[in-house]
Design a protein around this ligand. Structure first.
Ligand code: ZN
Length: 262
């Protein structure tokens, strides 16, 4: 362990000793989020430790109109750390800030095509991730997350962060050494193409929350497919496994967890 990692470890130990998430607040978080109800006692203990370190290391910045209560911070931390149960906090070491907005927000996007034509359009976002920059989360969407219905803005944005760790948002995070990159590519490409074909046949629904089976938003791009697949992996794993078993298997290898049997 190098000197920096040693210092980081010492800081984390201190956070765990001095400012653990209070018992009543933690019990609330476990009860309130349906996705935590299937956690083993050991996993729940580890999730509390990860969440404590998350709260110590990340900076929450509410934007005007967003009221950040302790419960909300713990809710965000715990859902953000669920994907880390089989990994560790270092996977989030390349960013610090969580910007919180009251609700979905509009951004103006600017695209320039090959001919140099600039298009500007408004887009509604529940959250977003900027490379090496903050994670943006809407409070309304945080409240809609964790119910076990497949929608989870926190896990979605964390998935983008994991994906982007190697510098490219391409739907593929840096894989573990014992994983097969070709198997990953095949599983995700086939599933993505399949979903795109299904979405092309059915009219795209505007609301992400009431979408059937796998959210059509996943058909937007390979990186969105990965982020949405991660939502299902932790929210509705049995559904993902029945729809796209190869994707489920790759995610189980990556997250080092098997939530269907856990
Ligand atoms: Zn996304």
């Amino acid at each position: 362990m190098g000197p920096l990692a040693f210092l980081r470890e010492a800081r984390r130990r201190r956070a765990l000793e001095r400012s653990p998430i209070p018992e009543d607040l933690w019990d609330w978080a476990l009860r309130e989020h349906r996705i935590f109800r299937t956690l083993s006692p050991e996993d729940a203990v580890r999730l509390r430790e990860l969440s404590t370190v998350f709260l110590a290391e990340k900076e929450f910045r509410p934007l005007p109109g967003a009221v950040l209560e302790d419960r909300t911070r713990v809710s965000i931390a715990a859902q953000a750390c669920l994907p880390l149960l089989g990994l560790d906090m270092d996977w989030y070491s390349d960013w610090t800030t969580v910007l919180v907005t009251p609700r979905e927000y509009e951004v103006t996007r600017r695209d320039v095509d090959e001919a140099g034509v600039v298009t500007e359009y408004d887009d509604e976002l529940a959250g977003e991730v900027l490379h090496l920059g903050p994670v943006v989360l809407s409070l309304e969407d945080v409240e809609d997350s964790g119910w076990g219905d497949g929608y989870n803005v926190v896990i979605h944005e964390m998935a983008h962060k994991l994906d982007g760790r190697d510098g490219s948002f391409d739907g593929r995070p840096p894989l573990h050494r014992d994983m097969d990159g070709e198997a990953w590519r095949r599983a995700f490409t086939e599933a993505y193409e399949d979903l795109r074909a299904k979405v092309a046949r059915a009219p795209l629904r505007r609301s992400r929350r009431r979408a059937p089976r796998i959210d059509p938003y996943a058909a937007e791009s390979p990186d969105e497919f990965f982020a949405v697949a991660c939502e299902y992996f932790f929210e509705k794993p049995a559904l993902l496994r029945s729809e796209y078993p190869e994707v489920y298997a790759q995610l189980a290898l990556f997250f080092r967890r098997d939530p269907v049997t856990a």
